[in-house]
Ligand binder design. Structure first.
Ligand code: SF4
Ligand code: SF4
Length: 130
């Protein structure tokens, strides 16, 4: 089993795609998403994004990301923050972060202690545990 699967296997529950806001998209995210949708960036922006100053996020519909439909419908063009979730570096910093994120994400392996989880995650993201 890979290191990633030891600590996390997505159940596709969709919890992280729900809420009234979404992650923000950087330039690479915007280009990757437009390419994945095979649409001009202008059309993608009008149809799928909302802009607040310099922040671009995906629109939400009925309390979830516009791309959520029993799974991610823009999977190969999803923002990097979606691809990273829930294995974020902040999990290495503080057990409280781990407990909060684990509470919302059923894909995290509940059989591991924080120290066990942290050791594997540190290996995965290239940062040694202290
Ligand atoms: S909350 Fe976790 S298990 Fe559920 S879809 Fe998101 S990443 Fe997967
Ligand atoms: S882009 Fe996909 S993975 Fe990211 S919030 Fe929307 S539906 Fe979920």
């Amino acid at each position: 089993m890979s290191d990633q699967k030891k600590i996390f296997q997505c159940t596709q529950c969709g919890f992280c795609c729900h809420g009234d806001t979404t992650v923000s998209l950087d330039e690479n995210d915007q280009q990757r998403m437009a390419a994945a949708l095979d649409l001009p960036a202008r059309e993608v922006a009008d149809t799928y994004w909302r802009t607040n100053g310099s922040i671009i996020q995906m629109k939400t519909v009925q309390g979830h990301c516009i791309f959520y439909d029993e799974g991610c419908t823009v999977y190969h063009g999803r923002p990097w923050r979606c691809a990273q979730w829930p294995l974020v570096p902040a999990l290495l910093d503080d057990e409280n972060n781990f407990l909060i994120i684990r509470e919302s994400c059923p894909g995290i392996n509940r059989e591991l202690s924080y120290q066990e989880f942290r050791k594997i995650l540190a290996r995965l993201i290239g940062s040694e545990p202290q």
